[in-house]
Design a protein around this ligand. Structure first.
Ligand SMILES: N[C@@H](CCC(=O)N[C@@H](CS)C(=O)NCC(=O)O)C(=O)O
Length: 206
C-alpha cells in the first residue's frame, strides 16, 4: 500500500490525501512533522533532505513536493477527469497548480500563521492587512476564471483544483472580513459537497 508521511493538519499533506481519496487509492498516512516530530531524523532526511512533509512512498519509489505527488498520483492512478489526455490540459492544470505555489501560498501562509498560530494580542495587523490585500488580488484572478466554469479545468474537478481548493478552506474559514468573490465562493461550495474534500481538507485549523 502507498504510504504518505505527514500530519493531517498540513495543507501540503491535505492536497495529497484529498487527491488519493478522489482517485480511490488506498493510502496509509503516518503522523510526522509538527507536534509529532520525526521529520528531522537521519531516516526521514534520507527520504526527503528538506525535512518537510509530505513524502510519498509507493513501493521503492519515493517522492516529495506535494504538487509533484499530486501530479504523480493522477498520472499513475487517475482515470477520467483525473487523468488528462492532452499536453495542453496537463500544462493548463500545471499552470494553476504552480501559480498557487509561487503566488498564492505566501500571503495565505502569513494569514494562517498570524490568525491561527499567533495569539490575538500579539498579531501583526499590518502584516495581516497586507496579506489579505495580496491574497484578495490573487483570489480575484481565480474568481474571474471561475465565472466561466464550475471547476478550474471545466465541468469536473481535476488535479488543477487541488492546491487552490485546499487553500480555499483556510480562506473561507479564517476570521477576517472577506471580499465578495462569488465565483470562488460557489466553487468552494461545490468542493465542500465532495466527501474526499471534507474528510481530508476540512480539518479544524486550531
Ligand atoms: N513545497 C513543499 C513544502 C513542504 C512544507 O513546507 N511542509 C510543511 C508542512 S505544510 C512542513 O513540513 N513543516 C514542518 C513540519 O511540519 O514539522 C510541498 O509542497 O510539499
Amino acid at each position: 500500500m502507498i504510504k504518505v508521511l505527514g500530519r493531517a493538519n498540513s495543507v501540503n499533506v491535505q492536497k495529497v490525501m484529498w487527491c488519493a481519496a478522489e482517485l480511490d487509492v488506498d493510502v496509509e498516512r503516518v503522523d510526522i512533522g509538527g507536534a509529532f516530530g520525526g521529520n528531522n531524523t537521519y531516516e526521514f532526511r534520507a527520504l526527503n533532505p528538506n525535512g518537510s512533509v509530505p513524502v510519498l512512498i509507493d513501493g521503492d519509489f519515493v517522492l516529495w513536493e506535494s504538487n509533484a505527488i499530486v501530479r504523480y498520483l493522477c498520472d499513475h492512478y487517475g482515470t477520467g477527469e483525473w487523468k488528462f489526455s492532452s499536453a495542453q490540459e496537463v500544462a493548463l492544470a500545471g499552470q494553476w497548480m504552480d501559480w498557487y505555489l509561487t503566488t498564492m501560498h505566501a500571503p495565505m501562509t502569513v494569514l494562517f500563521w498570524q490568525l491561527i498560530r499567533t495569539e490575538a494580542g500579539v498579531r501583526n495587523a499590518a502584516q495581516i492587512n497586507t496579506a489579505i490585500a495580496e491574497a484578495t488580488k490573487h483570489w480575484a484572478i481565480l474568481d474571474q476564471h471561475l465565472a466561466a466554469c464550475d471547476f478550474i479545468m471545466g465541468d469536473e474537478p481535476s488535479m488543477a483544483d487541488i492546491p487552490l481548493g485546499s487553500s480555499a478552506y483556510r480562506w473561507h474559514s479564517m476570521g477576517f472580513e472577506r471580499p465578495d468573490l462569488p465565483n470562488v465562493k460557489a466553487w468552494w461550495d461545490r468542493l465542500v459537497e465532495r466527501g474526499a474534500y471534507c474528510d481530508n481538507v476540512m480539518i479544524p485549523l486550531t
